[in-house]
Design a protein around this ligand. Sequence first.
Ligand code: DHB
Length: 308
Amino acid sequence: MDISTEINGAKLETCVFNASGPNDSTLEELETIGKSKSSAIMMKSCTLEAREGNPEPRYRDLEHGSINSMGLPNLGYKKYVEFASALKKYRKPIVASISGLTLHDNEIIIEAFNSSEADIIEFNPGSPNTIGKPITGYDFNYMDELLTAVMKKSKKPTGVKLPPYFDFVHFERMWNVLKKHKIAFITTINSIGNGLVIDAEKEEAVIKPKGGFGGIGGKYIKYTALANVRKFYQLSEGKVPIIGAGGVYNGIDAFEYILAGATAVQIGTAFIQHGAGIFEKVQNELRQYMHKKGYEKPEDFRGRLKEL
Ligand code: DHB
C-alpha cells in the first residue's frame, strides 16, 4: 500500500511526519526522528539568537492533549543550518522551521537556509507563546508584508504554518493574502492559542508563563484542525498542498485529514506522549484502514469528503 507523497518536488516515503515543536531542538533529538519512521525531519522553529524560552513549568500533558507555553526555546538558526547537513544521512526531506521575531530576522534566517541542506522551509510566523507579541497569523496586513519579504528571499520550497481560524470571513481574508504569494504548502493548525488549564484541587494554573495561558494541542483541537484543512483545501481548489496537524494519534485520524483534503499530516502532542514509534503506528493503521476501504493510494480519496 503506497502512502507516499510529494511536497513541491520533495518526495516523502509516507505522508506522516513530525510537527515542529516537540523533541526536535537538539541534534540528538533530531537524530531520533531521523532513525524513526517519520517521513521528514522537521526541526524546531528557530530564531536569530538562541533562546532559553519561558520559565518552567511550561508544558503539561492533559487527558486528551497538551498545553504548552515554551516561548521558542531553540539554539539559534545557525545550529539548525549545521544540523541540516548532519541529518542528510537519513535520506529524507529536512524541514527548517523559521520563526524570526522580526521581518528582518526572518530574511537573515531564510538567506542562511537557502545555502543549507534543508529541503523545505516551513515559515512559522506566529507562536502564541512569545510574551508581549500577538499571534501574527491574525494580523492579515502584517502577514502580507512578511510573506512578501520571505517569499522574495527564499530559494527553497517554502510553506506557511497558520494558527487556527474560526470564522469563514477570516479564512477568506487569509487566503486572499496567501494566494498573492508562491506558497509551496499550508500547514494548519498551530496550537489553539491561549487556552487555560486549571488544577481545581490546587486552585492554580498548570503552567507558569503568562499566568497559565498556553497553546492547546492534541485531541481537543482535531475538529478545529480538520475544519481548517478543509477550508484551505476548498479555497485553494486543491491546488496548494495542505499539511494537517492537530490531534493525529492513529491511522483513522490521518485518514480523516486526507479526506478533508490534506496531502500529509504532522504529529506533535502524540509524539511527546507515545514516543517515536507513533509514526510507524499511524502509517500502518492508515494503510490498514485504506485497505479495508478498498483504496490503493491517498489520491483515491483526498478531499473527497461527502457532504450531507
Ligand atoms: C512555540 C509554540 C508554537 O506554537 C510555535 O508555533 C512556535 C513556538 C513555543 O512556545 O516554543
